[in-house]
Design a protein around this ligand. Structure first.
Ligand code: R7I
Ligand code: MG
Ligand code: MG
Length: 307
């Protein structure tokens, strides 16, 4: 596998591992007990909405060869299963689309300004990979379009830009300082700018900052401003550490562990490549072979596109 190819596959599989291995630690005691029942199938670790919606994005991009919001909305709606642990607003919205409502109406029916949850950001990595580093404006536009289908709030949109752009840039070895500079150019809300400023300060520290401090200052919650820069920090600060250390660190940050794990995993995987993912974790992942084949096909399409 060529380097770029391996990094694209790495981003997709690492995100799925971050999701499946983060999910058991998400939420309170009731959610954790429920996931003990729902989260294992035939001895494998199940993924959640984060991976399901990323799969939908990849399938859509492979079929349409561009970001097509109508196609994406239909895929999201038909893949929706409550047992994958979707956000409550997202679940309602997807059921409305299933019943025939257009996404551009449904996306403001639950929250008047649209959702600011991290559900747009958790599936932004494939869009970033597909458009790739080079034309940031085009990439950001595609990420915003893909996010808008379910997350119309400016903070929800900004969160997706943080993840989509970081994944694309780290996949091409851009240094952290340059990534931060380019993120600042495309972020539109003060909430996200403030979080980025804190992360930039943390990147100047010699060692990764303690997980507790990350949770306190960058956040660990379900809202985009409380998790996207957190994941960006984790993925970048720990990209030279083994994957399992990144997972342990994410668990210690706590909160929305499946989503922070998925987003940080995508960044880690894009930096390191598929070959550095631990085999014993991949072996426990549900539908591993299906995901690997999909990631491989996606990488081939991207490499051809960018040649
Ligand atoms: O963003 P979304 O798809 O949820 C993703 C999360 C991830 O952690 C997944 O792993 C899964 O567990 O869910 O779903 P939404 O329901 O749109 O947003 C998530 C939450 O953000 C909502 O349930 C609200 O608590 C909060 N939220 C808002 N609160 C107030 N005002 C989102 N938008 C608003 C808002 O406008
Ligand atoms: Mg989830
Ligand atoms: Mg989550």
């Amino acid at each position: 596998m060529q380097t770029h190819h391996a990094r694209i596959c790495g981003a997709i599989l690492a995100a799925a591992l971050g999701d499946a291995f983060g999910a058991p630690y998400e939420g309170g005691i009731i959610e954790q007990l429920l996931w003990r029942i729902l989260g294992r199938r035939r001895g494998k670790r199940c993924w959640t909405d984060d991976t399901q919606m990323s799969v939908d994005v990849i399938e859509s991009l492979l079929t349409c060869n561009k970001m097509d919001q109508d196609d994406l909305a239909q895929r999201f709606a038909s893949s929706y299963r409550w047992s994958r642990g979707y956000g409550p607003g997202a679940a309602k919205l997807l059921r409305r689309i299933r019943k025939g409502e257009h996404w551009s109406i449904a996306n403001q029916a639950v929250y008047v300004n649209g959702s600011l949850g991290n559900g747009g950001a958790m599936r932004a990595a494939p869009v970033g990979l597909f458009y790739g580093a080079g034309d940031d404006k085009k990439l950001v536009q595609a990420v915003r379009s893909a996010t808008l289908v379910t997350h119309a709030h400016p903070v929800g949109l900004d969160g997706a830009v943080v993840i989509g752009l970081t994944v694309a840039l780290v996949c091409r070895d851009y240094p952290v300082q340059e990534i931060m500079k380019r993120l600042r150019l495309h972020i539109q809300t003060m909430d996200m700018h403030n979080r980025l400023a804190i992360a930039e300060r943390f990147f100047h520290a010699e060692h990764p900052v303690a997980p507790k401090q990350i949770a306190q200052e960058l956040g660990n919650g379900i809202r985009a401003q409380d998790s996207c820069v957190t994941a960006c920090y984790i993925g970048l600060a720990l990209r030279k550490a083994p994957f399992v250390d990144m997972l342990t660190y994410t668990r210690e940050v706590g909160g929305d562990t499946d989503t922070i794990g998925a987003m940080a995993g995508a960044i880690w995987g894009a930096a390191c490549g598929y070959q550095y993912l631990p085999e014993e974790l991949l072996n426990q992942l549900e539908h591993r072979r299906y995901l690997e084949k999909l990631a491989y096909r996606f990488a081939e399409a991207i490499v051809q596109r960018q040649e």
